[in-house]
Design a binder for this molecule. Structure first.
Ligand SMILES: Cc1cc2nc3c(=O)[nH]c(=O)nc-3n(C[C@H](O)[C@H](O)[C@H](O)COP(=O)(O)O)c2cc1C
Ligand code: SF4
Length: 353
């Protein structure tokens, strides 16, 4: 049997196969924060095509942490109903769905002319907007906003939540010393840099119980002193294990150009090493294109694999691979980050509207 298609059981949740749709925000959301018909259709297609777990595109826990108008909301009870409809559609197809709760930190939209917030006044990569440094009372409010969002997700019927601590967004900015220059209890050592995420996870487990699956997504590398960051990752994995996190999904800060260089399985070596040091299930994302890549990853001791751009290109990719297609058509060109605004299509392989 193809390893990718074998079922797997974690502590509190099991999946019909090892393939995850990594959280992928799409440009289709209604600008009032609710879910659009086009999104219901997209998730129905994903759910009907042999994916073991769908992680929904990031949803904001507060409007201050929203990255763009198409991002869906989880900051208020009034968004519960539209998410219920989405979860029902996915469950009806026999697939599990986890919600990714997020705050985009320095990358967030400015509201009423106010710049976004971040651990330190350092702009998001490529931006000139200097964010406002968070005070400790403001950090406490954000921790509660994540916990409140997770409570809504459980009420809605999501099979679990994933805390977004990757890709230079708020929680990742705290973890990464390039973006965190604080001298207080949230800066300096990895114990301090991970503290906001730790408090969020502890708060969620306290409110939702230790049976409700909580996942974390984190970068497997950083821009500077990456060797030291390996030790940080081992610390984070150990801490997550202690807190009862179900599995950690590992991405990277630099995934966009790597596929254009012809690379596959970008972060496998490092994540496999962390997985061997700490016994907590791992999910790997980045540059996975075919069943051979997946077999290699699972053979390295990593439990599940996760794909994003290939499912933008072909939401029915797993069905196609099962039917004999050798690999995804997706070339990892990353044009999907901006194509929709220019051309009304999400991928270079989709028809122009
Ligand atoms: C258009 C687009 C939107 C994305 N949205 C999210 C998101 O909402 N949350 C997240 O954690 N990662 C997001 N990602 C990153 C992917 O989940 C994934 O980590 C990355 O694309 C590497 O995987 P891939 O090589 O399979 O694309 C996004 C990526 C793309 C291309
Ligand atoms: S635009 Fe490029 S990277 Fe994005 S899904 Fe299509 S082929 Fe893949």
């Amino acid at each position: 049997m193809i390893k990718a298609l074998e079922p797997i059981q974690f502590k509190n949740i099991g999946f019909k196969n090892r393939i995850v749709r990594s959280a992928t925000m799409d440009p289709l959301g209604n600008h009032d924060g609710t879910i659009s018909e086009a999104q219901y259709n997209l998730y129905e297609t994903l759910a009907n095509n042999n994916i073991g777990l769908i992680i929904g595109g990031q949803i904001f826990v507060t409007p201050v942490g929203r990255v763009g108008l198409a991002e869906n909301a989880m900051c208020d009870d009034r968004y519960i109903d539209c998410h219920k409809k989405m979860v029902d559609i996915v469950h009806k197809a026999g697939t599990k769905i986890v919600a990714q709760i997020s705050h985009c930190g320095a990358a967030s939209m400015s509201i009423n002319g106010n710049p976004p917030v971040a651990p330190s006044p350092i702009p998001y990569a490529g931006s000139s907007i200097v964010p406002r440094e968070l005070t400790i009372p403001q950090i406490d409010v954000i921790i509660q906003q994540f916990i409140d969002a997770a409570e809504r997700c459980k009420k809605i019927g999501y099979d679990g939540i994933q805390v977004h601590c990757a890709h230079q967004y708020l929680l990742s900015e705290f973890v990464n010393p390039v973006y965190n220059k604080r001298n207080d209890e949230y800066g300096g050592s990895i114990e301090n840099r991970f503290k906001i995420t730790e408090k969020i996870i502890i708060g969620i487990v306290k409110e939702l119980g230790d049976k409700y699956p909580v996942f974390l997504k984190i970068n497997s590398n950083i821009e500077e002193n990456d060797e030291d960051y390996y030790k940080d990752l081992v610390y984070v994995a150990q801490k997550c294990k202690e807190m009862g996190v179900e599995a950690i999904e590992y991405s990277g800060y630099n995934f966009t150009p790597l596929g254009r260089k012809g690379l596959h399985n970008y972060y496998m070596e490092r994540v496999s090493a962390v997985r061997k040091e700490v016994d907590i299930p791992a999910v790997l994302v980045g540059g996975i294109r075919n069943f051979k890549d997946i077999d290699e990853i699972i053979g390295s001791g990593i439990e599940m694999v996760s794909l994003s751009r290939p499912f933008i290109c072909e939401p029915d990719l797993v069905t196609r691979l099962i039917s004999g297609q050798e690999e995804t058509q997706c070339t990892s060109c990353s044009k999907c980050f901006y194509l929709y605004k220019k051309e009304g299509r999400r991928c270079i392989f989709h028809e122009k509207k």
